[in-house]
Design a protein around this ligand. Structure first.
Ligand code: B12
Ligand code: SF4
Length: 507
């Protein structure tokens, strides 16, 4: 059977995993990527995004492929894009449409109401899609497939959720090529990689606290591939794409020290490429840091989100103390590992004083970089309650959040608003300021105001320098390079469509 899988904006591991699994089971899969130019966090313009829209091109590729079913992989941030594209498909083709992915999993009752959506996949998609395709082949509509919600004569059929896949090694390696073939080279040069699914924590602002509820009693939520499987995939990536740096995207890379010990030795021996990973202060002791160093880790990302213990404990559900961070950062520095801190602005009940506390604490820790993000409210996360109590959200904001219509992007610093924008800028430049000088800024209002007035161009330059120093300068070049690549392919696609009356740009 023929399945088209659509995703937008960024490389989609979910789609690559589904594609690999279904191809392995004998189905024909076409992956279609929409870069959503000018509809992204760092470049958002309604007029330009319409002008550069690929809807027409995508539609003609779909018609050419003529799939038996079309699937969308949706995040909260691209849900509206998916609805727009699905509407266009429904107006032009007679083919069933299924939505899956994190957003569909969190709010299936919202998604299934949409007229352009025929089915919703709640949770993992491999098994359910396989059963669905088998049913379509036998011309036998099976409405009892677990994880799938159907619409039948105006009624919604909600099937129960199956157990979570525990043996991740049994899944095929993601079909990266289908996406890399449509993406700029930077994606295969700096590939993302997952060694685990899930996280042991449930921070109030993180989708993990909502997703883990969906999978309650469905088996262990935190699961990991064996080091052997991870290294085997990396070897394949290395020989096929010659990557320069690996981006491990696991929610918490160091949660199992025995695993890390095995992994570190094999990685150092067989892969030896610099990498970055995300972790948590409670999983960063001396031995862990030595293992990270041994395996060529270049940068450790720590998401403490606020330097104020009270805000972390009472609002973010992060009970770690500042003392724990001091210790963990001590180990990182001893092992000569670079590290960055994530900081959230706009947290309910944050005040200029608590922000000042964060600034002061980060100045003590002296990270290589600080990434400040605007708080994004994701569906069904606990922090929505705090947002309502603090007056940052209204009761009816939930509806906007659930439909991906709230300001739901975790934006980069330059897109923050008002005072928060200024604070974000201050956090960004902190690592480049001498410690004593930064301490003075905290205490001295005049200095602070002077720095808060810095133009965006200076901040960008500082970010650039900090990234270069942290060994991640490629981040800067890739953004520009990627956008130029998308413009080029869009123009080429349009020209081909005009000349050949069909668009045959991608495999
Ligand atoms: C790897 C990762 C990334 C990667 C890859 C993203 C991607 N599109 O795959 C990168 C670095 C690019 C990324 C970017 C972002 N991410 Co991210 N990311 C993750 C992470 C760590 C793992 C996701 C993953 O690949 N899992 C493995 C796959 C196989 O599992 P899965 O996604 O659940 O997919 C399964 C099912 O959902 C289902 N399924 C998925 N799609 C479909 C489609 C169909 C048709 C069907 C039937 C089923 C189906 O089947 C899949 C296989 O079983 C999660 C954390 C988490 N706990 O999930 C955050 C997470 C998904 N990211 C998040 C966010 C916010 C972002 C960004 C918006 C951040 C930003 N400002 O840039 C961007 C959005 C980029 C985009 N538009 O794609 C949030 C999403 C919250 C939400 N409600 O939307 C999460 C949950 C983080 C969090 N803890 O809050 N991310
Ligand atoms: S530790 Fe990170 S990934 Fe885990 S729940 Fe908290 S914010 Fe989410």
């Amino acid at each position: 059977m023929k399945l088209a899988l659509l995703c937008a904006e960024d490389f989609s591991l979910s789609v690559a995993c589904l594609s690999a699994f279904l191809k392995k089971n004998g189905h024909e899969v076409k992956v279609i990527f929409d870069p959503k130019q000018f509809g992204k966090a760092y470049a958002n313009n309604k007029y330009l995004s319409e002008l550069f829209s690929r809807r027409g091109l995508i539609l003609s590729r779909l018609k050419e492929f003529s799939p038996d079913i079309i699937g969308f992989s949706v995040f909260t941030s691209n849900y509206q894009w998916a609805l727009g594209m699905a509407g266009e498909i429904k107006r032009n083709m007679d083919v069933p449409v299924i939505f899956g992915g994190i957003h569909a999993t969190l709010v299936p009752e919202v998604v299934i109401k949409e007229s352009a959506v025929d089915m919703v996949c709640v949770g993992e998609g491999e098994g359910p899609l396989l059963e669905l395709l088998r049913g379509l082949k036998d011309k036998n509509r099976n409405y009892t497939i677990r994880n799938i919600w159907f619409k039948e004569s105006g009624r919604v059929i909600r099937n129960e959720i199956r157990l979570l896949t525990q043996d991740l090694d049994a899944l095929p390696f993601p079909d990266r090529w289908s996406l890399y073939a449509q993406l700029p080279r930077s994606y295969s040069k700096y590939p993302i990689m997952l060694t685990s699914y899930g996280c042991p924590y449930r921070c109030a602002y993180c989708a993990n606290n909502a997703i883990s509820q969906v999978y309650k009693d469905k088996g262990s939520y935190l699961r990991r591939r064996s080091p052997h499987s991870v290294i085997a995939e990396l070897k394949e990536i290395k020989s096929r794409y010659a990557p320069k740096y690996i981006l491990f995207m696991d929610d918490l890379f160091t949660f199992n020290k025995d695993w890390l010990a095995d992994f570190a030795l094999s990685y150092a021996r067989d892969i030896h490429l610099p990498y970055s990973c995300l972790t948590h202060t409670r999983f960063l002791d001396k031995e862990t840091c030595s293992l990270l160093k041994l395996s060529y880790c270049n940068l450790v990302l720590l998401g403490l989100q606020s330097g104020c213990e009270r805000i972390r404990r009472e609002i973010l559900d992060r009970p770690e103390s500042n003392e724990e961070y001091r210790k963990a950062v001590g180990f990182l520095k001893e092992s000569k590992l670079k590290f960055s801190l994530d900081n959230i602005l706009n947290i309910p009940f944050d005040t200029p004083d608590t922000i000042k506390e964060s600034f002061s604490f980060y100045n003590e820790l002296r990270p290589n970089m600080i990434h400040s993000f605007n708080l994004a409210y994701f569906p069904n996360t606990k922090i929505i309650e705090h947002g309502i109590r603090a007056g940052a959200l209204r009761e009816d904001s939930r509806d906007l959040i659930n439909r991906g219509l709230a300001a739901n992007y975790i934006n980069i610093q330059l897109d923050s608003r008002g005072d928060y924008r200024r604070y974000a800028l201050l956090f960004t430049i902190l690592p480049i300021l001498p410690q004593r000088f930064a301490a003075k800024i905290i205490e001295d209002n005049i200095f602070r105001r002077m720095l808060l007035g810095l133009p965006s161009a200076v901040i960008l330059l500082v970010k650039f320098i900090l990234n270069i120093r942290a060994g991640t300068g490629f981040v800067f070049f890739t953004v520009i390079h990627n956008e130029l690549f998308y413009l080029k392919t869009l123009l080429a696609g349009k020209i081909r469509a005009k000349i050949y009356k069909s668009e045959v740009l991608y495999p």
